[in-house]
Design a protein around this ligand. Structure first.
Ligand SMILES: N[C@@H](CCC(=O)N[C@@H](CS)C(=O)NCC(=O)O)C(=O)O
Length: 178
């Protein structure tokens, strides 16, 4: 790939943070100009079948479409010199990303039972039943009471163990979750 500024970038995603915010932030940190293309759910129905995996985000570079948010994050990091060159520092960076992914997984049941119960083997409309509502409430209480405090402790420990930025002596990928 030639210089970052020789290319055009369009990041297409929903108008939420979700899995794209980390890429938006990495682009900003990397100094890469990009079109922040935010679509609404009405437009998504028509767009979905045209995407490679039926999912967003899609990153379009010079008219070519790429998928998978972590791939985009690492590309932005590589272009913006945000990835530590030292392999051990890079491993620490990936460790932090890994624990962030674990947080996503811990959050997911309380989110997806509510917005797409079929993704978790429940019938359509489960989220509107008394049983479903109680299930969602219990997942969320469990997340906030038991899981989130552990993750916050992990992140505090990571931040305390590093000077200033996050890993090593340089900035690294930001992670952001809705
Ligand atoms: N592993 C993929 C996951 C992408 C994903 O789950 N996208 C969701 C939004 S966060 C999506 O497109 N949902 C709409 C649908 O599946 O119809 C990534 O990180 O890019």
């Amino acid at each position: 790939m030639t210089s970052v500024s020789d290319h055009t970038y369009k990041l297409t995603y929903f108008n939420i943070e979700g899995v794209a915010e980390k890429i938006r932030l990495a682009f900003v940190l990397a100094g890469i100009n990009f079109e922040d293309d935010r679509i609404n759910s009405e437009d998504w129905a028509a767009l979905k079948p045209t995407t490679k995996y039926g999912q967003l985000p899609v990153l379009t570079i010079d008219g070519v479409e790429y998928s998978q948010s972590d791939a985009m994050l690492r590309m932005a990091g590589r272009c913006g010199d945000l990835i530590p060159t030292d392999p051990l520092e890079e491993m620490r960076m990936n460790e932090a990303i890994g624990i962030s992914d674990d947080l996503d997984r811990a959050l997911a049941p309380g989110l997806y039972y509510a917005i797409r119960p079929t993704a978790y083997g429940m019938p359509e409309g489960y989220n509107n039943t008394d049983e479903g509502k109680d299930h969602i409430r219990r997942c969320r209480v469990d997340f906030v009471t038991n899981k989130l405090p552990n993750f916050l402790d992990f992140f505090v420990a990571i931040l305390k163990s590093t000077p200033g930025t996050c890993i090593g002596t340089r900035s690294h990928f930001p992670r952001s979750h809705s």
